[in-house]
Structure formats: C-alpha cells, structure tokens
Design a protein around this ligand. Sequence first.
Ligand code: AMP
Ligand code: MG
Length: 478
Amino acid sequence: MDVFEGIKFKNSFAKLSNEFYTKQKWSSFEKPHLIAFNENLAADLGFNPGLEPEELLKVFNGDISCENSDSLAMVYAGHQFGNWVPKLGDGRGILFGQIETPEGLRDLHIKGAGKTPYSRFADGRAVLRSTIREYLCGEAMHCLGIPSSRSLLILGSNEPVFRETTETGAMLVRTAKTHIRFGHFEYLKHNNKKEYITELLDHVLDEYFPDLVEKKDKYEIFFDLTVRSTAEMIANWQAVGFAHGVMNTDNMSLLGETFDFGPFGFMESYNPDFICNHSDNSGRYAFNNQPAIGLWNCQALAAALDEIIEEDKLVKSLKNYQNYFYSFLTDLYRNKLGLEEKRESDIKLIESLLSYLQDSKTDYTNFFRNLHKVHETKNNLFQDEKGKAWLEKFLERFKEEKISKEISQEKMLTNNPKFILRNYLAHQAIKKAESGDFSEVELLANILNNPFDEQPKYEGYSEPSPEWGKSLEISCSS
Ligand code: AMP
Ligand code: MG
C-alpha cells in the first residue's frame, strides 16, 4: 500500500538553488517502534483513514523509500541568546518533503534524524523526552487556537543518546507551514549572499502570499505582515501564559507559527518574571520579555533585508509592532473577560487584574476558567480588598456592554481553557513512556485536544502542580 496515496508532494523548497540546503537521506534506527501517532493531524494532511501508523513508521525511519520525497537539510544562521552565530542549519533535522493540503503547503520534517553538514560537534539525535514534549505542546497550542507546528508521529528506538545521562533516541515527524526562519535571511545577508535573498523572498511570496506577487511594494508589505504575525503570535502566548524558552532568531518561523519550542513552559501561578528555561541565566526569555524579544527579532530580520527594502519602510513596520501587539493582546483579554465593547481604559482594567493575580499568586489558567462566576451574586473569586476593588471596577465596566451576562459567560468559557500542558503532566507522561508505557502520552494528547471542554472524568488534569512538580527543571538539553 502506498501510504502517500492521495497526497500531493510539491517540494518547492528543494527546487531552490543549492545554496539553501544539502540534499541527503537520514539515519534510520535499527529497531524503531511507535511511540505516538496523531490521527487528527493525519486526517488534516489527507492521509487515508485506514492507514496503519506502522506503515508510516517504516517510511519515516527510511526503511521504505518514498520516491516523492526530496529530502534535505536546510542551512541558516541566527542570534542565539543575543549572540550572532554565522552558520547554523538543520543539525538534526531533515525536510522530508513538502505537501499540498487544502489549507496550503505543509512541510514534513523529521527531527532527530542524524548528522548533517550542520551538526557541528553534536550527534544529530533527539532524546525521547524532548520529542514527547514537542509532540504534546504542538497539539496543546494548535487546539488552543494558537498557530503552531504540530507532530504526526514519534518513532522510538533503543539507540543510546548521551546527554547528562544516557537516554534513548527518538525521531519526531513534524509539520509546519514553513521551516524558513528569520535566521535564513540573516545567513544570506551576513555571509554576503545577497543575490539569494530575493530568490528566497520570491519563493515565500509565491507559496504563502500569492496575492502580493504582482504588487509593486510586495517585499515591504510582506515584511509588515511578518511583523504583524509575530506580534499576534506573541500576544497569543501572553494571553494563555505560554513561555517559549528559546526565542533565538533561528527558532522564529517566518509565518508566525510557534516553533522549535524546547524548554517551553505554561505558567501556573501568575508570575511575569517566569523563566521556563533553566539554562536562561539572565532571563532574556522570561515571560514578560517575550513581547520585546519579538520586536528585537523583527529588527534582526529587518537588518537582513535592508538592501532589499528601504530603511524608512522597515522602520515604519517595526514601529507598528507595538500597536499590533497591544491591539491583539487587548482583544484576547477582552474575550477572556467576556467583554465585547472596546474601551481605551480596558488596558488599565487588565493591568490591574494581572497585578492582583501576581500578588495573590493565583493559578492563572484556573482563575480565568472560573471567572464566569463573576456574574453570580455569591461568588468567592476574590478574597482580599485589592481583588474586591477590581471586581467592582469590572462590574461597573460591564454595564457598558450590550450583551447579556449569559452570553458574556459563554464567551469566557470558550476563551479560557480548562486544560493546558502543565509541566508536571508532561513529566508524568514522559516517565511512563521511558519505562515503555506510551498510554499517558496518548491520553494527555486527547485531553489537550479539547482544552475548552469540561471533561469531568479528567478533572485532575486541570489541577495546579503538586509540590514535587514545581521544582522540575527544564533546560536546553534535548
Ligand atoms: P535548538 O536549540 O534545538 O533550536 O538548536 C540550535 C541549533 O543546534 C540548530 O542548528 C540545531 O540543528 C542544532 N542542534 C541542536 N541539537 C543538536 C544535536 N543533538 N545534533 C546536531 N545539531 C543539533
Ligand atoms: Mg532550533
């Protein structure tokens, strides 16, 4: 059976100049086994519903060749923790192929696929725990309505991989609209390969912005849209309490999808200084720094495009970033508060709520999930004076709404998730998987697939971390 029956490969990235990649196969595992398979994503991609995941496993392990695949490792560069690194690239990733779906082009990429010319001194592999975290997080984000890469399957192995301890290797087959990063353009600019910048830009416009292709100002409009989608993505992160962990420019998707998230974390009690990545000593990527880092990264992209787009146009778009970000963020918070009318003063209302949450160390997700009770006369959402004062302000503000309390409550429940990927939940799933039981990965993925549903059977999965889970440390090691 051809597992790709009905799937259309396009491989347009592989048709660009050789400058952009090294074409190669990848390194199979000797005895791979299936850890997880994402049926929903398989259906979205157009795979046959009767498809046996074991068949896909053989293809992505490289045991059965796929004539439509034109596999390659991409080259790029980037700013890592603010430091310029002139040459990076897919050191452990392979772009297996690009397929056409009704929603547009999708990359099929294998992470942990062995050495490539860009591996530097590393082994080209990924450990099981990091592939499970990425698999779960992609699903969690996507189902929260936040653009994100997703994963189709995880292949496990018995191959030892050496990190702080000896672990086993795994490969993650992930999808994304693109694997083109800010760092792709930085690589071309700072390695004096200017002529290729327009080739890559034209490819991006052809594939992702076909309406711009004929426009005179196409490149500057594209840059403005990139600034905008980056601001929108980060506003989404802030509203849901997500910290990415490694917002290096090589981990920034050109299309504003959450991407390459290693040591990410969902905030539990509200703490703007939250640092999810244990290796981030200076807190560069702390929760509250993410919006500013998003702008910093757009500036790095602008610097890479400065010979193609006029400086004043770049500056104009960079200046738009803040407005885009706050406009998206206030809209998201209005939804979370069950409000529809737009008022300038809403920003202040939101800020004072966040200040209350910070002081009271309240669980961020559960606070918002319960907030619909504000419309009940007897609620005990707020214990102290600061909270009660906020409640009064909120009820006063609600009088300006045209919608009923019931509609407002409905809005809150469809915008405030009950289930997020709490670190301790991922940890439990990983521990089980490391001992050969993958059921918790599947169960957790299923719960996270419906984050806005009550799912009473899984009430426990909405609870804040127990004490032991609060001290888990997640680092860059993956
Ligand atoms: P990351 O921190 O995962 O975004 O990776 C940063 C860069 O290091 C990318 O160019 C990766 O391809 C590369 N890299 C990370 N881990 C490995 C590894 N185990 N083997 C080879 N390259 C790696
Ligand atoms: Mg990366």
